[in-house]
Write a protein that binds this ligand. Sequence first.
Ligand code: OAD
Length: 235
Amino acid sequence: MKNIVILTGAGISAESGIRTFRDQNGLWENHDIYEVASPEGFHSKPDLVFEFYNQRRTQLLSSEVRENLAHHALGRLEKEFDGDVHLITQNVDDLHERGGSTNILHMHGELLKAKCQRTQKSYEWTGILNDQSICDCCQSKGNLRPDIVWFGENVYHMDKIQNLLFKCDLFISVGTSGQVYPAAQFVSWIPNNALSIEVNLEKTQISNLFDKHYLGEATKAVSNLVNDILNGELQ
Ligand code: OAD
């Protein structure tokens, strides 16, 4: 086994204090998804959308949120595995980076970045973002938005993601409900002889597409899985 590709979703950050999207008390509960995660929503209520992501960014940078054992285990896997380990994440937090992973593709964008709508240039952004924010490229107000992929927009890095999936021999999906495309399809794109493993609290609507399952909280299940891989005990 030489090429491992891992897809992560909100479930891996749940034990870090970041709410998932579709579980009870999910992030979307008090908001209509399209209001805060679509270009149309941003166009009609920019203040609400800026505020929504400002709150998420502030929380991510507060002492409330820390990377957890699952993030650390994946960081360790990348360092210690004798082969390539690539992470594709739907999460917009930076907890994989804090957990020591470096080969990361953020397919849904990043909370700690802002994007100029005129030039598409992306900037590190840790403070408050609003219609008064100024980008370096235009030196004018009103062009920046959260660098998040909203509904109806193209996900980032699709070419790289496809190439990684086509040549992987182990595909692992962690903490994602399998309800959002294209991520929900990735398991179908891997080679026939590749092994697929799903890690989740419970079975999902795409569980039947995976060869193996590690059921349980990500902190325990991912740590166990990484130990099994590194000890050569994966069947
Ligand atoms: P969801 O909220 O849809 O699913 C979270 C999954 O994590 C569920 O299957 C839970 O069972 C599982 N889960 C919860 N806690 C867990 C834990 N402690 N350990 C292991 N699993 C746990 O989140 P995503 O699948 O990531 O897109 O959602 C995909 C996309 O939908 C998001 O990236 C977001 C949203 O629209 C954008 O923001 C563009």
